[in-house]
Design a protein around this ligand. Structure first.
Ligand SMILES: CC(=O)N[C@H]1[C@@H](OP(=O)(O)OP(=O)(O)OC[C@H]2O[C@@H](n3ccc(=O)[nH]c3=O)[C@H](O)[C@@H]2O)O[C@H](CO)[C@@H](O)[C@@H]1O
Ligand SMILES: C=C(OP(=O)(O)O)C(=O)O
Length: 434
């Protein structure tokens, strides 16, 4: 188990470039299975989850060619279905959430797929009903082996249909869109997720020859085509990383410029941190955050307490609530953090409380934060990172804290943040990998 030793209390300064988006990468990588032609993807982050999915594709027979540190060409012209029977597939499939999105493309192109229950963050129930109900309505038969937790899915031919999803699942929508792109006839998906990740996937599929309209909305229409061709695709900067850096700058009183953010794609992220008191300025496509000794949480117009909660896009992403929570601990004022989607994402507050933060965990979904206006700094402690975003929230807390902290299980952070210690040390942080 790897750990970070962090000596806190240092102000950071300088420019930082966000990596390519993790959750977009996982969708786009699965989409290479939809065509026998080459697909080139650039701005791929060098992170554990992405590298595991590339390894899985490679083992499945996809030709993988790395042409630059962040650029790969993939060609799925000779897929080895026998790989699905191997222990290696079970191990890799189980270790990441993104593996679930091979289902749609494999079903559409090869009429079958199987998958162990996918991994990903242990942040509560992560049901997959939306994926399977959607694929079944398109004409697949599906079974789940409770003994070995394996999903089996096959079809004699997918046919377009009207789908009203029971929830706007991000990876579920991606799976259904990819299957429908090669189905016969027209599929309509209502209550589709519409995160920038999905918009990017749809744009890429359209460049490959798909006919998808309604991109960016929750009503997608997909006219199936017989085949898809190759393309080139560049990933957006990771909006979760950008939000994490905004929070880190505010909490540590640092002057930071986050470069090339593709600001129009960030939705409510900048404004949510502004409401927590963090000042920022747009300079072209960069976000400049000045050093702030104090920041103050906004209230609503009637003076009532700010509630930061997650929602499906274009609402505030659940992946940044842990960061918003840690930022609020050092602000002036009070906020309610309400994690609606996942039931186990707020438990990391026990570590923040041990560091000296004033937090009332009301129930698994809600925490009230009484900000300390930086008058009582957090104290360094030894802690363990429970999940990827809580891990980064704890790293930010440790960077702002007085003294030495140790964060164990930083493999969780490495799943989604590329060389985070190296990049933050370049801004003046003191993080040592143990
Ligand atoms: C690899 C990947 O892309 N992972 C992201 C993806 O996971 P993933 O696609 O697995 O998440 P889903 O969108 O399926 O759902 C997440 C959770 O929210 C609940 N839910 C979902 C939709 C809804 O309208 N209401 C609702 O309550 C679901 O029941 C589930 O518990 O989307 C999540 C929600 O943005 C993010 O946290 C994950 O980082
Ligand atoms: C929950 C996340 O990831 P995953 O879905 O891969 O577990 C995340 O990126 O915050």
């Amino acid at each position: 188990m790897a750990s970070f030793e962090v000596i806190g209390g240092k102000r950071l300064k300088g420019d930082i470039f966000p990596q390519g988006a993790k959750n977009e990468a996982l969708q786009i990588l699965c989409a290479v299975l939809l065509t026998p032609e080459p697909v080139t993807i650039s701005n791929l982050p060098d992170i554990v989850d992405v590298n595991k999915l590339i390894e899985l594709l490679d083992n499945l027979g996809v030709k993988v060619n790395r042409t630059a540190p962040d650029t790969y060409t993939f060609q799925a012209d000779d897929i080895n279905l026998d790989y699905l029977q191997t222990d290696s597939f079970v191990k890799l499939g189980r270790s990441i959430r993104g593996s679930v999105m091979i289902l749609g493309p494999m079903l559409a192109r090869f009429g079958q797929c199987k998958l162990p229950k996918p991994g990903g963050d242990k942040i509560g129930r992560r049901r997959m009903d939306t994926h399977f109900i959607g694929l079944e309505k398109l004409g697949a038969t599906f079974s789940y082996d409770t003994h070995d937790s394996f999903f089996h899915i096959e079809t004699k031919g997918l046919k377009g249909v009207y789908l009203l999803l029971d929830e706007a699942s991000v990876t579920g929508t991606a799976n259904i869109v990819m299957a429908a792109a090669l189905a016969e006839g027209t599929t309509t998906i209502y209550n589709a997720a519409c995160e920038p990740y999905l918009q990017q996937l749809c744009r890429m599929l359209n460049r490959m020859g798909a006919k998808i309209s309604g991109v960016g909305s929750n009503l997608l229409t997909i006219e199936g085509v017989e085949k898809l061709g190759g393309t080139e695709h560049r990933l957006l900067p990771d909006m979760i990383e950008i939000g994490s850096f905004i929070g880190m700058a505010g909490m540590t009183g640092s002057e930071i410029t986050i470069k090339d953010c593709q600001i129009p794609e960030l939705g409510l992220i900048p404004d949510t941190f502004r409401r927590l008191g963090i000042n920022m300025e747009y300079r072209g496509d960069d976000i400049y955050i000045p050093a702030q000794d104090h920041y103050e949480i906004d209230t609503y117009i009637d003076g009532s307490i700010l509630n930061v909660s997650d929602h499906t896009w274009p609402g505030f992403t659940p992946d940044l609530l842990s960061i918003a929570l840690v930022v609020a601990t050092q602000a002036k004022g009070t906020a309610l953090i309400h994690q609606k989607m996942f039931e186990s994402r707020l438990f990391f507050v026990d570590k923040l409380i041990e560091m000296g933060a004033q937090i009332i965990l009301c129930d698994p979904h809600r925490a009230t934060i009484i900000g300390q206006n930086k008058q009582v700094p957090l104290k360094g402690i030894t802690m363990t990172s429970p999940d990827i975003r809580a891990g980064v929230a704890l790293l930010i807390a440790a960077l702002s804290a007085e003294g030495r902290s140790v964060i164990n299980n930083v493999e969780q952070i490495d799943r989604g943040y590329q060389n985070i210690d190296g990049r933050l040390n370049a801004l003046g942080a003191e993080i040592r990998r143990l």
